[in-house]
Design a protein around this ligand. Structure first.
Ligand code: AMP
Ligand code: ZN
Length: 140
């Protein structure tokens, strides 16, 4: 359901103007207002889901098909050398708009900055096994 006080609900519904790249019954794809690179897009479901925990499986599956469509189109149209798909959930992970969305970020060889990065650390086999078991046990 749409939330009246949610900016992405209002953008997805066309109540707030945006640079729309693609639209169907379930999604609107827009250019990010503060792009990390040329052609940075956001795939926004028209239904309000706050984050991936709320997202329906059906919407998630449809969304990945749209992500592929946008990645292929952006690569051709903008001559991108690569594409990042990024999706943030909760403040600790960098989510600033509490309406689920996926970033589609074209990448170019001549851009030095790394948009998506983390510091790889060494891992302890026993700890890795315990982590894997903890996650598996939640899956039921
Ligand atoms: P996140 O930090 O993953 O929640 O991403 C939110 C993104 O939405 C940021 O990259 C913002 O630049 C972008 N954004 C916020 N408001 C708008 C808007 N009105 N139109 C387009 N992009 C927006
Ligand atoms: Zn919303």
């Amino acid at each position: 359901m749409k939330k009246d006080d949610c900016i992405f609900c209002r953008i997805a519904a066309g109540e707030i103007s945006s640079d729309t790249v693609y639209e169907d019954d379930d999604f609107r794809v827009i250019l990010d207002l503060n792009p990390g690179s040329r052609g940075h897009m956001l795939i926004i479901p028209k239904e309000h889901y706050q984050d991936i925990y709320e997202l329906s499986d059906e919407c998630g599956m449809k969304l990945m098909a749209v992500a592929k469509k946008m990645a292929v189109a952006a690569k051709k149209a903008l001559k991108a050398d690569g594409i990042n798909l990024v999706q943030n959930n909760e403040e600790a992970a960098g989510q600033s708009v509490p309406h689920f969305h996926m970033h589609v970020i074209p990448r170019y060889k001549d851009e030095a900055e790394r948009i998506v990065c983390w510091n790889p650390k060494s891992s302890d086999p026993d700890e890795q096994a315990a982590i894997a078991e903890a996650i598996r046990s939640e899956l039921g």
